[in-house]
Design a protein around this ligand. Structure first.
Ligand code: PLP
Length: 416
C-alpha cells in the first residue's frame, strides 16, 4: 500500500507551470509607482536566481546538486493508498496520499526553504529574515539556514509566540532567533500580514540580509512541484493511469500547487483547493491587485484577496490564515481550471480524527481541510457508483498541534 521511489529517482528539475497556464500571469506591480516590478526593485529582498525563477518561461528548471543532497535527507516521500479509510467509508474510490509530513520540520515547507537558503548563500547573503504564523515556515527556514550556515531571524505572530511554544523551540534548536510580531506594538496579537511587514522592513534596512517567503510566490510553488512529479511516478507504480481529482489545502497555495501543478496540462484531472470558511479567499474574495502584507510594503500581486487589512479569526489551522493567495492558484481558479471549496474547522477536525482512526496518522489542522474534501469526494463517488482515483497532499503532521485536538475532543472548538 506504500509506493516508494529510490533516492536516485528523485526529480532533478522543477516543473514551471507558467508557460502551461490557461492565461499568462499579470505582472507584479511596484507598491509606490504601480508599474511592473523589475529585478532591481526586488534585489533588496531576494537573490537574483529566485527573481529569475519568479518570471521564468522555461518549462523545466534544474535543481542544483547541493539542494538535491539536502532534500535527500527525506525525499522521495512515500505515496500511500489509504485503504483503511476507503473501507471505513465503503467507497468505490481509491484514495492516495503523498506524505510530506516526513520532512525534518514535519511539513512540505522545507522543499522550498532549502533552495531559498541555498541561492541566498550562493549570492553572498549572511542572514535571512522571515515571518511565521504558528511556526511551520519559520522552523523549515531555520532548519534550511542551518544547513548553509546562514543566520535566521523569525518574526512570529505574537498570539502563537505566546500560546504555542513548541515550534519556537524547534526554530531555536536549529539556531534561529525568534521574536514576537508586531515588534512595535506589544499589545497586538499580530497577524501574518503584520509579521511580513516586520520581516520585509528588517531585510530592506540591512545590507547583509534578504527576505524569504514560505508560500504565494511563483518560485515557491515551483520548488514544491517535486511533490506532484514524484506522485505521478508513484501512481504509475500503483497501476493508475492518472488521478481523477487532486486535492490540497490552500493557505498561500504552495502545498496545493506542489501536488497539482504537474497535472494542469491534463484536462481530465480535476484540481481542488480547500480553504477554511473563516478565511475564504478563493470562494468569497475578489480577484484584484493587492499587497502581500498589512503595511503595503510588498509588490502588488494579482490574486484573490479578502483585503490586506483583513485579520482572520484565530482558527487552529494557522497556515491557512492569509488574506491573499498565490497568483498562480488565483489564475487557475479564475479561469475555471481549478475548483475551490471552504469548510468550517469543526468539519475538518471530524475528518482529521476519522483519518487518525483509520490510517493511524495525526494530520496537521491544515491537512485536515484536505482530508475533509477527500472524504466528501469519496462519498460522492460511492453515491455515483464510480471508481474515482483521488490524490491528496498530506501536507504535515499534527504532533505540535495537539492542543487543537484537545479543544476538538473536549468540545471547546469554536466552529467558525
Ligand atoms: C503552511 C502549511 C499549509 C498551508 O500553506 P500553503 O502554502 O497553502 O501550502 C498547509 N499545510 C501545512 C502542514 C502547512 O504547514
Amino acid at each position: 500500500m506504500r509506493y516508494l521511489l529510490s533516492e536516485d529517482q528523485m526529480p532533478t528539475a522543477w516543473y514551471n507551470v507558467g508557460p502551461a497556464l490557461p492565461e499568462p500571469l499579470q505582472p507584479q506591480l511596484h507598491p509606490a509607482t504601480r508599474e511592473p516590478v523589475g529585478p532591481d526593485d526586488l534585489a533588496p529582498l531576494f537573490p537574483m536566481a529566485l527573481i529569475a525563477q519568479e518570471v521564468s518561461a522555461d518549462p523545466w528548471i534544474d535543481i542544483p546538486g547541493e539542494v538535491l543532497d539536502i532534500l535527500r535527507l527525506w525525499r522521495p516521500t512515500p505515496l500511500v493508498r489509504a485503504e483503511r479509510l476507503e473501507r471505513a467509508l465503503g467507497t468505490t474510490a481509491r484514495i492516495y496520499y503523498k506524505d510530506e509530513s516526513v520532512s525534518p520540520a514535519g511539513s512540505h515547507k522545507p522543499n522550498t526553504a532549502v533552495p531559498q537558503a541555498f541561492y541566498n548563500k550562493m549570492e553572498g547573503s549572511k542572514r535571512l529574515a522571515t515571518e511565521t504564523g504558528a511556526g511551520q515556515w519559520g522552523s523549515a527556514l531555520a532548519f534550511a539556514c542551518r544547513q548553509y550556515d546562514l543566520e535566521c531571524k523569525v518574526y512570529m505572530v505574537r498570539a502563537s509566540y505566546d500560546q504555542k511554544p513548541y515550534r519556537r523551540i524547534l526554530m531555536e534548536a536549529w539556531g534561529g532567533e525568534v521574536v514576537p510580531s508586531p515588534v512595535d506594538d506589544p499589545e497586538s496579537p499580530g497577524s501574518l500580514g503584520l509579521a511580513i511587514s516586520d520581516a520585509v522592513r528588517d531585510a530592506v534596512t540591512r545590507e547583509d540580509t534578504h527576505y524569504a517567503l514560505g508560500s504565494v510566490l511563483n518560485h515557491v510553488l515551483l520548488h514544491q512541484t517535486v511533490i506532484g512529479l514524484e506522485a505521478k511516478e508513484q501512481l504509475a507504480l500503483a497501476g493508475e493511469a492518472r488521478p481523477d481529482v487532486v486535492i490540497g489545502s490552500c493557505g498561500g497555495g504552495s502545498n496545493l500547487g506542489g501536488i497539482a501543478l504537474p497535472f494542469v496540462s491534463d484536462a481530465d484531472v480535476r484540481l481542488v483547493a480547500v480553504e477554511p470558511s473563516s478565511c475564504p479567499t478563493l470562494t468569497e474574495g475578489t480577484f484584484e491587485y493587492d499587497f502581500g502584507d498589512a503595511a503595503g510594503m510588498t509588490p502588488l500581486m494579482p490574486m484573490y484577496t479578502l483585503g490586506h487589512a483583513f485579520v482572520p479569526p484565530s482558527i487552529h489551522a494557522g497556515g491557512l490564515r492569509y488574506h491573499g493567495d498565490s497568483p498562480i492558484i488565483s489564475s487557475l481558479v479564475k479561469t475555471g481550471r481549478m475548483e475551490a471549496v471552504a469548510y468550517p474547522q469543526g468539519k475538518t477536525f471530524e475528518a482529521a480524527v476519522q483519518f487518525a482512526n483509520t490510517e493511524g496518522k495525526i494530520p496537521a489542522p491544515e491537512t485536515g481541510h484536505a482530508i475533509r474534501a477527500v472524504i466528501d469526494e469519496a462519498l460522492a463517488a460511492k453515491e455515483a457508483g464510480e471508481e474515482r482515483v483521488i490524490l491528496f497532499n498530506y501536507s504535515g503532521h499534527g504532533f505540535l498541534d495537539l492542543s487543537a485536538y484537545d479543544d476538538y475532543l473536549h468540545g471547546r472548538l469554536i466552529d467558525a
